[in-house]
Write a protein that binds this ligand. Structure first.
Ligand code: DSN
Length: 415
């Protein structure tokens, strides 16, 4: 990738941009929420659309000169509707968190109650963490996964919902490797008089490709981000039935955002267009297969997986059983030393601080974009297992680093 213009005017930043591309090329990105957007998406996101203010929606803007960006936003909306089958789509949220905020603002009053999965059990900050706006504006009750199985305990959730009588139940998670039963949660929400928001940020691409059941048409609201499994560049999205269109539109602008990021919306249009191609289904299928192989191989190495495996793009390793004295942070750092980038993650029943954590979360979306198949994933799993066993052994780390570089060379990125 060339940065000719930045290079001429600002070599310092150009150097940083080039080094980051090199870092992505020379390491294995296994943070489950990351992916490698296509050069086409990157180009659209880096376009002159960044200059344009366009408060409002296509055909109804508060500024002139919006004829082209109107087309871009409408195309992104139309492609999203085709991908996910939603009646209404808003592509303006700047991120998944803003998408969630848009739904809360549309249907909740300050002080209303959110019932959501605890962060340490796989939830997300914007589902009501005390230090997040959601935790500060609303009352929050938290449900947990079953400590034995690692699955959402739908019966316990039902009991809790009947007791708490929330205004909204949030499903969809950031560190949950299993499929979610959207219908069961919607039925529960209907029973207790709550809305149901399904946050599919992690699995937007899997849902679009039919690799995970879709909540669209089931949950009252579906939110997501557009840069994870869907590979459409940074941003957020909200989907719902048409009846909520006005409430969501007003919650986004004027409720919480000003001008939409039209360059990012162009990236969404391009990425959604890519996801509508038949190859995308193969990509999503391979992403899930790769995660499954990764989990099986790690298990063969004696590592314990939360819920025993995965149905999705990620695995969550609980180090407490196999390596009680090794923290997630120890493993994250040791893996980074050898070129594998993932994150320490809390696990259900966590006793350590989230900065240290007792688990690691590993995802396959970015490696699958590079072309990794099952055989390559086994090699990656072997590398991870060796490092978990030898976090401080320089000889082992040297050998694994060489294996990682060989994999990076075999599966090049941004050629
Ligand atoms: N930071 C993302 C994740 O890693 O899951 C969620 O926003």
């Amino acid at each position: 990738m060339e940065y000719d213009h930045v290079g001429e005017t600002d070599p310092e930043v150009a150097n940083m941009l080039s080094r980051e591309v090199d870092r992505q090329r020379e390491t294995l990105a296994m943070i489950a929420s990351e992916n490698h957007a296509s050069p086409a998406v990157l180009e659209a996101q880096g376009s002159a659309l960044t200059n344009k203010y366009a408060e409002g929606y296509p055909g109804e803007r508060y500024y002139g000169g919006c004829e082209v960006v109107d087309e871009v936003e409408q195309l992104a909306i139309d492609r999203a509707k085709e991908l996910w089958g939603a009646e209404y789509v808003n592509v303006q949220p700047h991120s998944g968190s803003q998408a969630n905020m848009g739904v809360y603002l549309a249907v909740l009053d300050p002080g209303d109650t959110i019932l959501s999965l605890d962060l340490t059990h796989g939830g997300h900050l914007s589902h009501g963490h005390p230090k997040n706006f959601a935790g500060q504006m609303y009352d929050v009750a938290r449900y947990e996964v079953d400590p034995e199985t690692g699955y959402v305990d739908y019966d316990a959730l039902a009991d809790q919902a009947r007791d708490v009588e929330p205004d909204i139940i949030v499903s969809g998670y950031s560190a949950y490797p299993r499929q979610v039963d959207w219908t069961r949660i919607q039925e529960l929400a209907d029973e207790v008089g709550a809305y149901h928001m399904a946050d599919i940020a992690h699995i937007t691409g899997l849902v679009a490709a039919g690799e995970h059941p879709s909540p669209v048409g089931i949950a009252d609201f579906v939110t997501g981000s557009t840069h994870k499994t869907i590979r459409a560049g940074r941003g957020g999205i909200i989907m719902s039935d048409a009846e909520y269109a006005d409430a969501i539109d007003s919650a986004i602008i004027p409720g919480m955002q000003g001008g939409p990021l039209m360059h990012n919306i162009a990236g969404k249009a391009v990425g959604f267009g890519e996801a509508l191609q038949p190859e995308f289904e193969e990509y999503a299928t391979q992403t899930v297969r790769n995660a499954s192989v990764l989990g099986e191989r790690l298990s063969e190495h004696g590592l314990s997986l939360v819920s025993g495996g995965t149905d999705t793009h990620l695995v969550l390793v609980d180090l407490r059983k196999s390596h009680p004295d090794t923290t997630g942070k120890d493993v994250e750092r040791a893996l980074e030393d050898v070129g594998i980038v993932l994150n320490a993650n809390t696990v259900p029943g966590e006793t350590r601080s989230p900065f240290v954590a007792s688990g690691i979360r590993a995802g396959t979306p970015a490696l699958t974009t590079r072309g990794f198949d099952e055989a390559a994933m086994k090699e990656v799993a072997d590398c991870i297992a060796r490092i978990v066993e030898h976090t401080d052994d320089p000889d082992v780390k040297g050998e694994v680093a060489e294996d990682v570089q060989a994999l990076c060379a075999d599966y090049p990125l941004y050629e």
